[in-house]
Design a protein around this ligand. Structure first.
Ligand code: SAH
Length: 408
């Protein structure tokens, strides 16, 4: 296919600067005309208002993000299976060190735009691969990606979990189910820095586990160990999911934990995760409920904790949600500060892309002020390195966190 024979998307005048800076998205508002009736997911040539070739992309007729760019080289045969194979190989090569780490068997193999593969997420859980196809372009190449991943990774199971809300904006229905190999086992057991976790790839959140927090779970374990928080110390894990941070904390010396989550199923798997690590489930108290309410109850009961983790779901989906989300973050952080012992440690996170790291720090500051606590920041956190952020696409950086300490 050449730029002349492919369907063409012509930009409005003055809209090519971002493309030239290699930002991988073209919004519908920047487009002057579309020629050649491209179907959903088709390869299109993107041209400047003057008709010069700018880039190749995949067409999403229903989405505000109308084109996802895949190459800026006119001569590249970007949609050839071999070209996709090379891109997958590159993403895999960048994770080779993870493949050699015998203590970690769960991580992200492909992180969409940042790996030059827009719309494609691939997570590894031991010998099970879970994929998400999140754009019309990726969806149209399901069989190709399944063949290539089957061939390159030889997983026991290749399973699809394209069941996320954002697919609506792409005009896609979403799809879950087996793609290649055996049906997924009810629980896949993985290692993460030596800790064992059971993963439900069929019914769990996202592709089964919050892999973006892997390095932060490790940091949490290391930090409680460095500080010498021992058997008498107690942690509170709010938005605990399957207790990832709890396992990390107890394995590194903390005595007891309270888990809070609205999902009873997630907490149940959290109990199994304790047993998988030879940790006595009696050391952990599970509270099923709304964190906003449970934190207040804990305060009324005059509970206090040596270490707290706050890892809420995304509160802001777009810029319009930022104000409301900021109130939510401020509230839970204020409640957490009330529950923190003098000298205690708070790991607090936001996974909302629309909330910048700077704004998040300001929100946490406001929460400390209202709680009347003097708080130090002793560390800054982000998503794990297998969720890289390509510099041309800063939007890929969504997870931010602070390690805070309450001044005695
Ligand atoms: N820290 C976890 C991931 C947390 S994801 C880990 O390391 O694995 C966010 C969690 O918040 C999900 O498990 C979800 O069930 C839970 N959740 C969402 N809204 C909630 C609410 N209002 N109250 C309590 N839990 C909530």
């Amino acid at each position: 296919m050449t730029a002349h024979s492919a369907p063409q998307v012509r930009l409005r005048k003055g809209r090519d600067a971002a493309v030239q800076r290699r930002h991988p998205w073209i919004y519908s508002g920047g487009i002057a005309s579309v020629e050649g009736h491209p179907p959903a997911g088709a390869l299109v040539a993107v041209l400047s208002a003057g008709g010069d070739f700018l880039a190749w992309g995949h067409y999403s007729p229903e989405s505000q993000i109308r084109v996802r760019l895949v190459s800026w080289e006119e001569a590249e045969d970007v949609d050839a299976p071999e070209a996709w194979r090379m891109r997958l190989l590159r993403a895999l090569a960048l994770r080779r060190h993870l493949g050699r780490d015998s203590q970690t068997t769960a991580y992200r193999l492909v992180n969409a735009e940042s790996d030059g593969l827009p719309g494609l997420i691939v997570d590894r859980y031991d010998d099970v691969l879970v994929v998400q196809l999140l754009t019309a372009g990726a969806d149209a190449r399901r069989e190709l990606f399944a063949d290539l991943l089957g061939d390159l990774c030889r997983p026991r199971t290749l399973y699809e979990r394209s069941d996320v809300d954002i697919l609506e904006h792409e005009g896609l229905e979403g799809r879950t189910g087996g793609l290649r190999g055996e049906a997924p086992p009810p629980r896949v057991d993985v290692l993460e820095h030596g800790a064992r976790y059971g993963i439900d790839v069929v019914a769990g959140h996202k592709t089964g586990f919050y892999l973006d927090q892997r390095e932060n779970r490790r940091r949490f374990g290391q930090t409680v160990a460095y500080l010498g928080l021992g058997a008498e110390a107690q942690m509170l894990n709010v938005f605990a999911y399957t207790g990832g941070f709890t396992v990390a904390g107890l394995r590194h010396g903390l005595g007891r934990a309270v888990n809070v989550d609205s999902s009873a199923d997630a907490l149940r798997l959290g109990q199994e995760n304790l047993r998988l690590n030879d940790l006595d489930p009696a050391r952990v108290e599970d509270l099923v409920g709304d964190a906003f309410e449970v934190l207040r109850q804990l305060r009324r009961r005059e509970r206090s904790f040596d270490a707290i983790v706050l890892d809420p779901p995304k509160f802001a989906f777009t810029q319009r949600d930022v104000k409301r989300a900021a109130r939510g973050y401020k509230d839970i952080n204020m409640q957490a500060f009330h529950l923190l012992k003098p000298g205690g440690l708070l790991f607090t996170f936001s996974c909302s892309g629309a909330i910048s790291a700077d704004l998040f720090q300001k929100i946490v500051f406001g929460a400390a002020l209202d709680a009347g606590r003097d708080i130090q920041i002793v560390g800054h956190l982000s998503q794990s390195a297998d969720h890289p952020v390509i510099l041309t696409f800063p939007e890929a950086a969504y997870l931010k966190g602070l390690i805070c300490r309450a001044m005695p």
